[in-house]
Design a protein around this ligand. Structure first.
Ligand code: PSU
Ligand code: MN
Length: 310
């Protein structure tokens, strides 16, 4: 793999370094979900469980974060514990990543920043919960997550459970299509809405096995097309909260965010914690289940990609 970027900015754990050197399957994991997406101690417990699920499915997990300006590809147990309660950790997307590194800050990587770091490290597959997208009220706020543009430019396959239903899902899909991002419904003809398996919106592409997704990725590369692929993997049935049930909670959360004048980077963390309270923890239980489900699929996809093509 060739990179124009500077790999001297990265620190690998020995396990991840060895796996990459040997061409074994590696799955990148983000850290904003730990610092800004879930309360303590569930955040750290989930991060560990997600790493275990990646291993059970045959790949090596690489949780990514910025610590004192160093890009960490894989975290030690101590680093993960520290991240779970640290208060001076920035939420980093493409726009703030160079700043945090230059001034040696701590930062958690969003989907966009994790894709950048994974690509720098030579990791092709990344598992998360839900990507950022076009926010409701975009007509006035112009709030479109940098995750979407990152998917258009950086060649990493992102496994998620769709986009959070707190977003404007039709516009999120339109934007991904405009920017040329293949969006795969995994084992479903419908684009999933994070807490719910359904959204009422068709998935642009349907694929049903890790090998089929790997073939899509190989073909996209063979065509010389830049950018990533989004794999939308519905939350397991037993853990889902239906769209109808979620809707009133989401409407309340969005209204409260606008009443309090919450904008920019603070919006997504605010909505997630509001929903955690208003659903009495159910939204968090669903979030944990879907991240683990995505980690399993990402590990199987990474394994398929690491197997020489026949
Ligand atoms: N998915 C989750 N929890 C999260 C996020 C995603 O289940 O906390 C984070 C991701 O890091 C994603 C970010 O990239 O929210 C999107 O933030 P914004 O909408 O500000 O771009
Ligand atoms: Mn935003």
């Amino acid at each position: 793999m060739s990179h124009a970027m500077d790999s001297r900015l990265l620190d690998f754990t020995p396990e991840v370094r060895a796996a990459l050197d040997q061409g074994r399957a590696v799955v990148a994991l983000e850290s904003t979900i730990i610092t800004h997406g879930m309360p303590h101690p569930q955040n750290v417990a989930t991060a560990r469980e997600v790493e275990a699920v990646v291993r059970e499915n045959g790949a090596v997990p690489a949780t990514i974060a910025i610590i004192a300006g160093r890009i960490k590809i894989g975290l030690t147990d101590d680093e993960l514990d520290w991240l779970g309660t640290a208060s001076d950790v920035m939420k980093l997307s493409r726009a703030d990543l160079p700043y945090a590194i230059a001034v040696k800050r701590h930062g958690a990587t969003t989907v966009a920043a994790t894709m950048i770091c994974a690509h720098l490290a030579g990791i092709q597959v990344f598992a998360t919960g839900g990507i950022g997208g076009v926010h409701q009220g975009v007509e006035t706020t112009m709030d479109i997550s940098a995750d979407l543009d990152e998917l258009a430019r950086t060649p990493v396959a992102v496994v998620c459970a769709g986009a959070k239903a707190i977003l404007d899902l039709p516009r999120t899909l339109e934007y991904l299509e405009t920017r040329g991002v293949p969006v795969v419904g995994y084992g479903t003809a419908e684009f999933p809405a994070f807490w719910s398996r359904t959204s009422g919106l068709p998935a642009p592409i349907r694929l049903d096995s890790p090998d089929e997704v790997a073939a899509l990725i190989h073909t996209k590369e063979a065509l010389g097309l830049t950018g990533g692929v989004l794999i939308a993997n519905p939350v397991p049935e037993a853990a889902q909260i239906s769209v109808d049930e979620m809707k009133s909670f989401i409407d309340q959360a969005v209204a409260e965010a606008s009443r309090r004048g919450i904008t920019g980077k603070a919006v997504t963390p605010f909505l997630l914690s509001f929903l955690f309270e208003s659903t009495e923890g159910r939204s968090l239980a669903t979030n944990i289940a879907l991240v683990k489900n995505n980690a399993a699929l990402a590990a199987r996809l990474a394994t398929s990609l690491a197997t020489p093509e026949r």
